[in-house]
Design a protein around this ligand. Structure first.
Ligand code: AMP
Length: 190
């Protein structure tokens, strides 16, 4: 089974590329951002709590996000492959995922890291904010905060997976199709 983490800063194109990988390989798409937005739309208690963090460009607490993944572990452990999109985002989440997968005798296959320069990220997020209506894409200050939080809390995962020999940088600039081809070709080598 394949467990692929699609990694990169906000605006790197994880959601778009995850969907294309899922279409190609027929894997399960697991986006914690989508799950959280679903909770907000359904006005659940979890959603109400999460919204405050999301709107501020902060991470939702680890226990909340890890709990959502735990609820899906039976599917995660039985499908042919999973694309993790926006998860894990902290070292604590990565360790929790490693432990959950070990319990079903699985493990992370690779971390595919989309590499995109800072100015390009801000440009893409502002454009997305105009069309998606996502509150966390609406202003430059929130976007910059998300990129800073990424650098402080999420980027350290690169070390974690490099030590495990699972880090694969992928050039994240170019057309959507070009980037998708790079990713698909990389996955075929794993
Ligand atoms: P995304 O759609 O992946 O960009 O996620 C949107 C927002 O949801 C992020 O800026 C965080 O506030 C929150 N979020 C999504 N995934 C996680 C996660 N794994 N850990 C903590 N917060 C998350």
């Amino acid at each position: 089974m394949m467990h692929l983490i699609l990694f990169g800063p906000p605006g790197a194109g994880k959601g778009t590329q995850a969907q294309l990988l899922v279409d190609h390989f027929k894997f399960l798409h697991l986006s914690t951002g989508d799950l959280l937005r679903g909770e907000i739309a359904a006005k659940t208690e979890l959603g109400l709590q999460a919204k405050k963090f999301i709107d501020a460009g902060e991470l939702v607490p680890d226990e909340t996000v890890i709990g959502m993944i735990k609820n899906l572990i039976d599917r995660i452990c039985t499908v042919p492959g999973v694309i993790y999109d926006g998860f894990p985002r902290t070292v604590a989440q990565a360790i929790a995922l490693d432990n959950m997968l070990t319990e079903c005798k699985e493990g992370i296959t690779a971390l595919l890291s989309l590499e995109v320069p800072h100015d390009e990220l801000v440009k893409r997020l502002l454009i997305r904010g105009e069309s998606s209506g996502r509150t966390d894409d609406a202003d430059v200050a929130t976007i910059e905060n998300r990129i800073t939080v990424y650098g402080e809390k999420t980027q350290p995962l690169i070390n974690h997976y490099t030590q495990l020999g699972k880090y694969h940088p992928i050039e994240g600039v170019g057309s959507i199709e070009e980037i998708s081809t790079r990713l698909i070709n990389k996955v075929k080598t794993l």
